[in-house]
Design a binder for this molecule. Sequence first.
Ligand code: ADP
Ligand code: MG
Length: 397
Amino acid sequence: MKYDKKSVEDIDVHGKKVLVRCDFNVPQDETGKITNDKRIVASIPTIRYLLDHHAKVILCSHLGRPKGKFDLKYSLKPVAESLSKILGFTVKLAPDAIGEGAKNLAESLREGEAILLENVRFYPEEEANDPEFAKKLASLADIYVNDAFGTSHRAHASTAGVAAFLPAVCGYLIQKEITVMGSALENPKRPLVAILGGAKVSDKIGVINNLLEKCDTIIIGGGMGYTFLKALGKEIGKSLLEADKLDYARDMVKKASEKGVKFLLPKDSLAADSFAADSPFIATEDENIPADKMGLDIGPKTIEAYRNAIKGAGTVIWNGPMGVFEFDAFSMGTSAIAEAIVNEKGVISIIGGGDSVSAVKKLGYSDRMTHISTGGGASLEFLEGIELPGIACLLDK
Ligand code: ADP
Ligand code: MG
């Protein structure tokens, strides 16, 4: 999917009321205290740009799953406080998203000021993408900015519906996602190497199908590798297997070879007695795994082969850890691949997928990647080539 969308810089915001859909869905402890404010911090460049250009900024977001009714537990109050601290002035929280309270606050805004609407998911109409609700939300503003990449695969009122009523553009976060991932898929610096892993083939069929059309090399690891190995007649012991995906796996291997796409499967594994952090394990001789063991990570021969395959890559797109990285003993494959990527000079490296991003962060490589996608489900759908409603609805350049 190629997106060439207008951004905040392509529209005159001076004196305008600008509704900005952010991703303020932050983690909190039992007392409501924000435990990680990265998402808030990440939203600041777009907000600052708007403030600096004399806009009247109306921020909105969802937080958690309040199931369509007001619930203090999911109030954006802590976010308003955090924003106030970061921005250095009070960001008032409206009592609701579309009611009189919100309207009055929006009306009272002066240039260079910002308010935050209360959780849009306090209304069932938000997730239902109800046009009346979207219209009311839109009526607060003159311009709509979407900067919540993580919900852009959802057609909700605040992520897509409002764009029917307002000129709509993207903020800097979405702009970076679509520029970096979009060009990697549509006009990549080659060779383009995809590294695909994670638990299940069935979760990744769309990604594999789409990337097979675009990549020069596909590297397979993680739990899903075993369905491929089984499909090719290898013994996989107690490793993860999706028996109903064996035909699919065989087809993909065949398709790759017809297309001249290098399709690399693990040559060896770390095979454990059980699915546990402290399980005894062995490194297997080859692809085969003893009947009483399960593969929880790629082995040293595979690491070596995959390192070589990454060498010289122009672009690497990575989705899905190589092993059960949550257990230290089985995080080596994922670590080694991350290391190989960051050591590759000039490579454009893109990490997408919730667990892949967690893995790269946990193992300490996130700062050295070109792009860490901020949306789990959204980045997967992007890699699948599916149109994202929260982006498709924005004005084309
Ligand atoms: P993402 O969220 O990045 O798309 P997935 O959700 O597909 O990634 O996969 C991540 C999960 O896959 C991790 O929790 C990891 O423990 C698991 N996993 C990786 N390798 C294996 C394996 N060999 N056996 C079982 N689970 C695995
Ligand atoms: Mg996941």
